[in-house]
Design a protein around this ligand. Structure first.
Ligand code: ADP
Ligand code: MG
Length: 272
């Protein structure tokens, strides 16, 4: 596997707040990495540093052998495509127009096939001419994912395998579209892309990630295969929950969250 991105001793402080503390990580082409962790653990901050949207106060990030600070923003756009956690489009752009933004200023005819493929891949054919602000949160999220797929495809056509960065890409999606999005990302990884995705659904992360990075309080609490990282001990220490990790008949671990309230608590009031 080719190492595409490496972060060494990366920290970020803003004022007196330490958002990230000495994070080391490497991303290889061909693998899908999930970042998990509680709210406020520093997951988005880490992705924003890896995409050069933010700059570390300590440590360095190297993309394809070159310090990330040395890349121009135009060249960076060819090497990595990032779907941010919060994207909003207030102008009445249509789905197709938003997805076309992923292709920058390339001639329309040259990228039309890529755009059509991305629209089909996220299942938005019927929405192609709909204005984005009129669509549901999940439909908008799929349109933005398609935009990022187009950006990735344009970059990879010019420069070879790049990095696909996704910050909670499934947060508004129904189960079917969650699985579809993660499968699409996994398929990109099989073609040589390095995929890194923040996911809250630990079962989804276990099922699809080759490697999981567990973050807590701005640092990496655990890193390894799903089996190594999603353990009852980590769930207790990092997420402060008591959830047993079971094994499916195929040997895949899974969690079945149970009610947090202890059995002795009074039942909910019944309405008659
Ligand atoms: P998450 O893991 O939920 O994505 P974030 O990376 O967004 O967490 O944020 C990590 C922590 O840093 C949070 O506690 C957040 O409140 C804090 N934070 C984010 N941006 C700033 C900022 N500009 N100044 C101070 N604290 C910040
Ligand atoms: Mg976040």
């Amino acid at each position: 596997m080719t190492e595409l991105l490496t972060a060494s001793g990366v920290s970020l402080s803003i004022g007196r707040a330490a958002l990230l503390r000495h994070v080391d990580l490497s991303l290889n082409g061909g693998e899908m990495v999930a970042i998990v962790g509680p709210n406020g653990a520093g997951k988005s901050t880490l992705l924003r540093l890896l995409s050069a949207d933010l700059h570390p106060t300590r440590g360095s990030i190297v993309l394809k052998g070159r310090n990330i600070e040395a890349w121009s923003s135009a060249d960076l756009a060819l090497q990595r495509a990032m779907l941010s956690q919060h994207v909003s489009v207030s102008f009445p752009f249509t789905v197709e127009e938003v997805i076309r933004m992923g292709a920058g200023n390339r001639p329309h005819a040259a990228v039309q096939q890529l755009i059509d493929d991305a629209i089909a891949e996220v299942g938005l054919d019927a929405f192609r001419h709909r204005e984005l602000p009129t669509m549901s949160g999940g439909e908008q999220q799929r349109a933005h994912f398609a935009r990022i797929l187009v950006q990735l495809a344009c970059g990879e056509a010019a420069c070879g395998p790049g990095v696909l960065m996704l910050d909670e890409p499934t947060s508004s999606l129904d189960l079917r579209h969650q699985i579809a999005l993660v499968e699409t990302s996994k398929q990109r990884a099989r073609n040589g892309t390095a995929v890194i995705a923040v996911l809250h659904d630990l079962n989804l992360a276990i099922r699809f990630a080759d490697r999981i990075i567990v973050m807590c309080d701005g640092a990496v609490a655990a890193e390894g295969t799903p089996r190594e990282t999603i353990t009852s001990d980590i769930l207790r220490r990092v997420f402060h929950i008591d959830v047993p990790v079971a094994n499916s008949e195929h040997g895949i671990p899974y969690l079945l969250p149970q009610a947090m309230r202890a059995a002795r608590d009074p039942p909910f009031p019944m309405v008659d």
